[in-house]
Design a protein around this ligand. Sequence first.
Ligand SMILES: CCCCCCCC/C=C\CCCCCCCCCCCCCC(=O)SCCNC(=O)CCNC(=O)[C@H](O)C(C)(C)COP(=O)(O)OP(=O)(O)OC[C@H]1O[C@@H](n2cnc3c(N)ncnc32)[C@H](O)[C@@H]1OP(=O)(O)O
Ligand SMILES: Cc1cc2nc3c(=O)[nH]c(=O)nc-3n(C[C@H](O)[C@H](O)[C@H](O)COP(=O)(O)OP(=O)(O)OC[C@H]3O[C@@H](n4cnc5c(N)ncnc54)[C@H](O)[C@@H]3O)c2cc1C
Length: 672
Amino acid sequence: MKINKPKHDVNPDLAKERLKCNFNIEEVTNIIDGGKDKTVQRKKIEDIALNNGASLDEVPEECLSIKERYENAVRKSCVYGNLVRNEMLEITGIENFESPVLRRTADAFFKDISPFMLHLGMFVPTLIGQCTPEQTAEWLPKALDMQIIGAYAQTELGHGTFIRGLETTATYNPEKEEFVLHSPTITSYKWWAGGLGKTANHCVVMAQLYTQGKCHGTHLFIVKIRDLDTHMPLPGITVGEIGPRMGFSSADNGFLRFDHFRIPRENMLMKHAKVEKDGVYVKSAKHGKLTYGTMVFIRVTLVSEMSFNISKAATIAIRYSAVRRQTELRPNEPEPQILDYPTQQHKLFICIATAHAFQLTSCWLWNTFQAVLADMKKGNVDTLPELHALSSCLKAVSTSDALSHIEQCRFACGGHGYMLSSNLPFIYSFVAATRTYEGDYTVLLLQTARFLVKASEQAEAGKKLTQTVSYLNRTANADRLNWDNTHEGIIKSFQVIAAGKIGQCVKSIRDRTASGMDYEDAWLMTTVQLVGAAEAHCRAVLLNTYWSEMRKITEASSADVKKVMHQLAVLYLMYWALEKTGDLLKYSSVSKKDLDELQRRYEELLAELRPNAVGLVDAFDLRDEILHSSLGSYDGRVYERLIEEAHKSPLNDEPVNQSFHKYTKPLMLGKL
Ligand SMILES: CCCCCCCC/C=C\CCCCCCCCCCCCCC(=O)SCCNC(=O)CCNC(=O)[C@H](O)C(C)(C)COP(=O)(O)OP(=O)(O)OC[C@H]1O[C@@H](n2cnc3c(N)ncnc32)[C@H](O)[C@@H]1OP(=O)(O)O
Ligand SMILES: Cc1cc2nc3c(=O)[nH]c(=O)nc-3n(C[C@H](O)[C@H](O)[C@H](O)COP(=O)(O)OP(=O)(O)OC[C@H]3O[C@@H](n4cnc5c(N)ncnc54)[C@H](O)[C@@H]3O)c2cc1C
């Protein structure tokens, strides 16, 4: 495999680590990419991005003012967008505009985020999923060619989670064959939409549809908000940026208010429902929630996005841990590499395993999503509820796990991990948002819980369940599982934990309704348990999917690769078993002795993986331009880079800052 040769000598400790690696790194890279041809394609696309002005910053993004950051991000987005349009999509195929490879190369341009991300990330997918063929022909080519730039404006100041509570109205006027968009209250301001504040000239808007005096609930509309030539907001539109945030600092999340703003009837996205010229409302959808389709799509893609973010953080923290030496273990011996500490390995090796677990699960979820889309094309929506339940819990758990693992990576890098130049704070604040957007963690787990409670009742009634909950058919009446200290035994025990928790929720709801509570209150009182049950179900799905997909995908691999991939998956199983010992004790016959044995094996496994740690993160094949990290570069020049980055601070532009003469000196002299 062609590696990008470092310009400098590699740090000797890191070089030694690479000699220790006992498997073929390229083979693992190919597995992660989904095949050798995909690796070749990825590298080709990365070359295009990296040879054409990536990392265009003279001054680090974070040292710029809010305005400069935004303007710089727009400049780079245009260079990048042009490359996507003219060169990269040629390779991926236009239908793969959401390819993870494009997403990955975007990181070479933006440490933080592109103001155009939501254009490709949500606007275009909404057009694809919600337009009639005529509307698709009208809007999609323009959007893909970036003749129009869009945002996705759903959330309002008053409501994000509860979509049915949105207040923006779209009232149909049959005389003029127009919808009138209006924001009737302060809480109905559209709020948060990425790229809306300053960049977009169009947006998809979710609004309550009124026609013939009746509200038909939320529907989607495409709205031109700015003049294409002057970029001035159109009359009736108030639009702007919502202000500084924890992350997303180079983008322009926006607000939007409509004052009786008129759009043609054809601008309602009419794939699933339409309003006829005379105002008659016609619903063609076989399922009530198809207008939520873009959200399901993004939730599916976020699982792979989390794998990518964990792999970046793990690469940084593990390379750094090989270079960093700290604390004398024995007198007169060199300080050990911090990677030699089992506590460090405990923080970090799970990150490698989790990146693999999420990658394999995301491929499986993507295939499930495609199968559901194919069913829906044939008019069958029966498989949608299971997809919604799966994508909801996997989005919730993958974003939440990614966040805590990335935080561990930062902890693992000590003080230097707190530096923006390490890139860990950027990765962390980006992922922190994913736990909230596209459906908050708790809210999405409660959606999965609704599905699980129904499934549990069906299992009780002897009905055969769909694949991801079929374990309820086998375990619904099981009291306590006989502990079986094998890999399959651990997976089964997680299924029993999930079944036990779901069963307990059903019982709590029934007990509460039996004692006179109405169903809504009984459900509400049980929500803490329901969130736990949905999380447990998600863990069972993740463990089972990772294990079975890993075995499938490594069937033809070399013995060494098989071994290390197997070790990672076992580490993942053991890590979660040890994290959930309380649940295991409650729902299985596991003993203290069994758990002690599991702990011992886990610690041995950390030591077995230790020589391959750097090789495993090298296999993620994240080029320095994508990692943007003073701590995680391939050559391990950690200290040199920290000093180089320090010199870039604008505060070092002059030896004495003017504030000394203005304020500090007068204070010192008592002349303030
Ligand atoms: C061009 C230049 C280059 C630029 C460089 C860019 C480079 C980029 C390269 C590539 C791009 C790739 C990008 C990939 C990364 C993507 C990043 C995206 C960033 C996204 C930013 C964030 C965007 C947002 O946040 S948008 C807003 C999202 N909002 C939400 O998610 C709201 C959450 N709330 C809900 O979903 C719902 O309100 C709810 C589900 C909680 C409740 O809905 P409800 O009240 O209507 O329903 P009920 O609870 O009553 O349920 C009734 C019934 O319906 C079922 N249900 C609910 N939802 C669904 C569904 N979606 N599908 C199917 N069924 C559903 C529910 O289960 C109930 O069923 P029952 O059977 O139980 O009745
Ligand atoms: C960086 C970022 C980018 C975004 N981009 C976009 C965008 O491009 N377009 C767009 O439309 N939106 C966007 N959003 C908005 C985002 O989708 C919402 O913030 C998100 O869906 C959460 O909704 P909320 O803010 O209303 O939270 P709330 O619903 O107010 O949640 C607050 C708390 O209440 C809890 N809660 C709420 N409802 C329930 C319930 N039923 N049961 C139990 N607990 C509950 C939640 O768990 C949470 O702890 C973005 C948000 C962020 C942070």
